[in-house]
Design a protein around this ligand. Structure first.
Ligand code: NAD
Length: 352
């Protein structure tokens, strides 16, 4: 099992190191190799996704990713900016299915801006298609009309096979959970989404044991706030998923706690926390490493089928929260914040 470790920028290296320590403590036979990416890639080798980094990623079985983003490089041409690394990896490795669990830990119920009774016990999974839709559809651009006015345009586009493969991922995931899948579209207005719904119904016939429901995206956005516990697995397109998964993550109120996975058809995955490089706290040793540690657990579960080891890490995280260990982002009145390394130490201790 070869893991490509890409720490990236800002707090990336600080949080990755804790996840690597946890992985090593499991006593499994991993080979891990690190490479620069994002701003660090640009500084070391002149490109956010250097060829050698991409080659290492392709020669590995999974990627553990920190975060990229470095405001001091924002004046570079778009193709050289740190964030291009993640887009390049998604494209090169065909990572079309993005898994974003939103889980509310009992100890962190008060971190949410919603009432405890609405979110307590929440455990949902949003699966977002990641390589198609209006973000990649062509034609796109800004043109000047005959009247002299400028017009911006993008193209929403999904092929049947792109819809089918992400729906199947959704159904498979629902099968392993509570066997309920909600497909989110905008079939009442958009032709692309009409096709999405038709294909969802077709694929649903292959999974008679999974209950399929449909919601329009505007309703889904409301329902996520009103009654998020009605959902189990949600599957949706790239743009709607972008917005809904961020909304869902905020139900939990703790950006430093949420892992994610982006998978291709062979279960090769890139695993990363949902947050960015947090330049405001980088280098201070105060970032919360739990989202990255939980991303490592997702990697064990999805790419390596080491379910027991994944369970062990997730149980250790629950234990440290129950013991009252908190980094600054999830602190409550009367508690003392610990740093990134201490949180890593606490998880290691709880593992054993
Ligand atoms: P951010 O997620 O980096 O930070 C938002 C806020 O959350 C900040 O106040 C930060 O201190 C806090 N925060 C984030 N992670 C934390 C953690 N683990 N522990 C404690 N606090 C944490 O988002 P941003 O500030 O909008 O973006 C910063 C940079 O990250 C930008 O360059 C952006 O493009 C990039 N970014 C990268 C990714 C990625 O690598 N996948 C994702 C989002 C943003």
């Amino acid at each position: 099992m070869k893991i490509c470790v890409l720490p990236g920028d800002g707090i990336g290296p600080e949080i990755i190191v804790e996840a690597v320590r946890v992985l090593k403590a499991l006593g499994l036979a991993f080979e891990m190799e690190e490479a620069p990416v994002g701003g660090a890639g640009y500084r070391a080798l002149g490109h956010p996704l250097p060829e050698s980094t991409l080659a290492l990623a392709k020669a590995s079985d999974a990627i553990l990713f920190g975060a990229v983003g470095d405001f001091s490089l924002d004046s570079l041409p778009r193709e050289l900016r740190p964030e291009q690394a993640i887009l390049g990896l998604r494209k090169e490795l065909n990572l079309f299915a993005n898994f974003r669990p939103a889980l509310v830990y009992p100890e962190l119920v008060d971190a949410s801006s919603l009432k405890p009774e609405v979110i307590s016990g929440l455990d949902i999974l949003i699966i977002r298609e990641l390589t198609g839709d209006i973000y990649f559809g062509k034609p796109r651009g800004i043109r000047t009309l005959e009247s002299g006015e400028r017009e911006g345009f993008d193209t929403m586009r999904y092929s049947e096979s792109e819809i089918r493969r992400v729906l199947r991922v959704g159904f498979d995931a629902a099968r392993k959970r509570s066997k309920r899948l909600c497909s989110v579209d905008k079939a009442n207005v958009l032709d692309t989404m009409q096709l999405w719904r038709e294909v969802a119904v077709e694929v649903g016939k292959e999974y008679p044991d999974v209950e399929l429901s449909h919601q329009y995206v505007d309703n889904a956005a409301m329902q996520l706030l009103k009654n998020p516990k009605q959902f189990d697995v949600i599957v949706t397109g790239n743009m709607f998923g972008d917005i809904l998964s961020d909304e869902a993550s905020m139900l939990t109120g703790s950006i430093g706690m949420l892992p994610s996975a982006s998978l291709n058809e062979n279960n090769f995955g890139l695993y990363e926390p949902i947050h960015g490089s947090a330049p405001d706290i980088a280098g201070k040793g105060i970032a919360n490493p739990l989202a990255t540690i939980l991303s490592a657990a997702m990697m064990l579960r999805f790419s390596f089928n080491h379910i027991e080891a994944a369970d062990r890490i997730e149980a250790a995280v629950k234990r440290v929260l129950a013991q009252g260990f908190r980094t600054g982002d999830i602190i409550e009145p009367g508690m003392k914040a610990i740093g990134t390394r201490e949180m890593g130490d606490a998880v290691l201790a709880a593992l054993n």
